[in-house]
Design a protein around this ligand. Structure first.
Ligand code: MF3
Ligand code: CO
Ligand code: CO
Length: 273
């Protein structure tokens, strides 16, 4: 998965430790990801064609001098992922249109000056989203933020996964096992793998300078998923609703910095735009 030849040989299994200059680059890439998700918010309405939303996000990305890391990634055909209702992740934008009452995740990864800002949010389409779907969206957002709250030097990825899993399961929901968060930076996906379930005190011990995503996918029903014949679209096996939020973060001296926070305060629905 290594995309560029670097000066020294990088161990693909090592977790990169980034200096402050890399954090500065990630602030810019993360800010663009957040701006993209802010920008598209008023257009996520009943009747919107997913392919058109993707085109708008692709243009916004290019206008800011970046490219989408998704486009062409392992053959992926579009700039973004739009995952509606029982689609867990990697929904491919196209002719499908959003309908009143849908919940949809939009996942963007602009690559700016070689650095990746990876973030996603849920959007509620129209005014008639069911209470259960809204609750799933709320709990999933809380899962992400509870996971982020665990991040500091000396804590473990098991602490992060456990916080997410406990909150999801206490609410009667389940945590998807087949996809995880990941290190990012100059490489789209690198170590560590960030599982959204686990046991406290286990797994990788966090260190200042690590950069990774947390991106829990929470299902209203069981956690099983399957990938459709297009090779990308992941759906819940039991057709239950699924939600996801994602931030890219960096470990600091006493906690973490979120690179992909919304400048407009559009953290979770309902978005006042
Ligand atoms: N942005 C997704 C992630 O969070 C990856 C999408 S890869 C794609 O890791 F090819 F499906 F776009
Ligand atoms: Co990601
Ligand atoms: Co993403």
């Amino acid at each position: 998965m290594q995309e560029e030849i670097t000066e020294r040989e990088e161990d693909e299994n090592a977790i990169p430790i980034h200096p402050e200059a890399d954090f500065e680059a990630m602030r810019k890439a993360g800010r663009l990801a957040a701006d993209l998700l802010d920008y598209i918010t008023p257009y996520v309405v009943p009747g919107a064609r997913t392919g058109d939303l993707d085109d708008m996000l692709d243009k916004f990305t290019r206008d800011r001098g970046a490219v989408s890391a998704c486009l062409g990634y392992r053959g992926y055909p579009r700039a973004t992922c739009l995952s509606i209702n029982h689609v867990v992740c990697h929904g491919i934008p196209g002719d499908k249109t959003l309908e009143e009452g849908d919940i949809v995740n939009i996942d963007v990864t602009p690559k700016l000056d070689g650095w990746h800002g990876d973030s996603s949010r849920m959007y509620c389409v129209g005014e008639r989203v069911s209470l259960r779907a809204r609750r799933l969206v709320d709990i999933t957002y809380e899962c992400l933020m509870l996971g982020i709250a665990m991040v500091k030097p000396g804590a473990t990825l098991g602490d992060v996964g456990h916080a997410i899993q406990k909150h999801a399961e206490d609410a009667g929901f389940s945590v998807v096992r087949d996809f995880c968060g990941h290190g990012t930076g100059k490489t789209f996906h690198c170590q560590p793998s960030v599982l959204h379930f686990g046991m406290p005190g286990t797994g990788v011990v966090l260190q200042k300078g690590m950069i990774f995503t947390i991106e829990p996918m929470i299902n209203a029903g069981k956690y099983g998923v399957k990938v459709l014949s297009d090779g990308w679209t992941a759906v819940t096996k039991d057709k239950s609703l699924s939600a996801q939020f994602e931030h890219t973060i960096g470990v600091t001296d006493d906690g973490c910095e979120i690179f992909t926070l919304s400048p407009k305060g559009l953290h979770r629905p309902p978005y006042a735009v």
